[in-house]
Design a protein around this ligand. Structure first.
Ligand code: SF4
Length: 212
């Protein structure tokens, strides 16, 4: 049984898959409380669905790309059979995780978008850095930046873990808090080999829109 906040089809707004039609499965619950969280509505609200009900709902959208997100999807043990079932049906599966729990049991074929929590989130002490050793070349590491201090912290961390060499690295500003132009300027000044991203879904719809 899975506790699910919402299942819907939208345009993928983040990662290097940005712009592609995608089904989102948002699992209820999160072990973190980031200061700038935009999905607090998923902390508690949700409906219990069986694996069959979940798969049936996903199938109604007839899209090849599925992202499992939250909250923190790895908090629910049944997320693992869900990933297996989706892979068996030949979906391309993405998993967005907050980075505080181990990704050890996530199937290799799943594209993991691993957050590294910066100090501005208030949750940087919870980062499970051992995860960085478990990433495959198709996985991505995402830093959400609140300010210049977060940028410098992230830049230092890239160097420490030699990050862009092994995986795609995404730098994303907290929407409406850090100016995209400022972040772009800093990345260019430092010639950082990271991919700037914004949250495209918020540009298309609105920053408060849910289920699109
Ligand atoms: S990990 Fe994601 S859902 Fe959880 S508090 Fe942080 S931003 Fe919100």
């Amino acid at each position: 049984m899975l506790k699910i906040n919402e299942i819907y089809a939208s345009i993928q707004g983040e990662s290097s898959h940005t712009g592609l039609p995608c089904v989102f499965i948002r699992l209820t619950g999160c072990n973190l409380r980031c200061t700038w969280c935009d999905t607090a509505y998923a902390f508690h609200a949700g409906k219990d669905l069986t694996m069959e009900e979940t798969m049936q709902k996903v199938e109604t959208f007839a899209l090849p790309l599925v992202e499992i997100t939250g909250g923190e999807p790895l908090m629910q043990e049944d997320v693992y059979p869900l990933m297996d079932a989706l892979l068996q049906k030949d979906y391309q599966v993405m998993l967005e995780t907050g980075g505080a729990l181990s990704i050890e049991k996530v199937p290799e074929k799943v594209i993991k978008i691993l957050d590294i929590k910066c100090p501005g989130s208030g949750e940087d002490k919870k980062n499970h850095f051992e995860n960085l050793e478990l990433l495959a070349p198709h996985d991505e590491v995402k830093f959400v930046l609140l300010d210049r201090a977060d940028y410098e912290w992230s830049r230092d961390l890239l160097q420490k873990y030699n990050l862009p060499a092994s995986v795609q690295v995404l730098f994303s500003p907290v929407y409406d808090k850090l100016d995209l132009k400022d972040l772009s300027k800093w990345i260019l000044e430092d010639r950082l080999p990271v991919r700037l991203q914004t949250q495209l879904h918020k540009v298309i719809w609105s920053k408060k829109a849910i289920g699109v």
